[in-house]
Design a protein. Structure first.
Length: 120
């Protein structure tokens, strides 16, 4: 059985299929400023769509820190994405995961594309 930290880290590193067994049927995913997804099916559909987009690029995590409590995990990350034309983009993100008895019930994601000169 995976720990809540392992589930959260898998999600934040785009290893979504590892997370699917832990999704509560009524999970919600808030993409702050963009959308709110309700239910396991919507979350999986969004993850699969993201994987299709990510398949056209490589990902390198420049920062990856997890903070864990008894029923929640926060992951702060900065990732560099390089597309097939060798163009880079940098994204800072913070994902907050809430669990009930090891089942993922809520995800809140904050993401912002950033300038590479701001990375420390």
């Amino acid at each position: 059985m995976a720990t809540i930290q392992q589930v959260a880290e898998a999600f934040s590193t785009h290893r979504y299929s590892e997370v699917y067994p832990f999704l509560h049927p009524e999970v919600s995913w808030t993409l702050v400023g963009a959308a709110r997804l309700e239910g396991r099916d919507q979350v999986i559909q969004a993850c699969e769509g993201a994987l299709q987009q990510l398949s056209r690029s490589t990902t390198q995590f420049l920062r990856f820190k997890a903070i864990v409590s008894a029923d929640a995990v926060a992951v702060d990350a900065i990732a560099r994405y390089v597309d097939q034309k060798w163009q880079s983009s940098f994204v800072s993100s913070c994902d907050i995961f809430e669990f009930v008895q090891g089942t993922l019930t809520n995800i809140t994601s904050y993401t912002q594309e950033i300038d590479s000169s701001t990375i420390r």
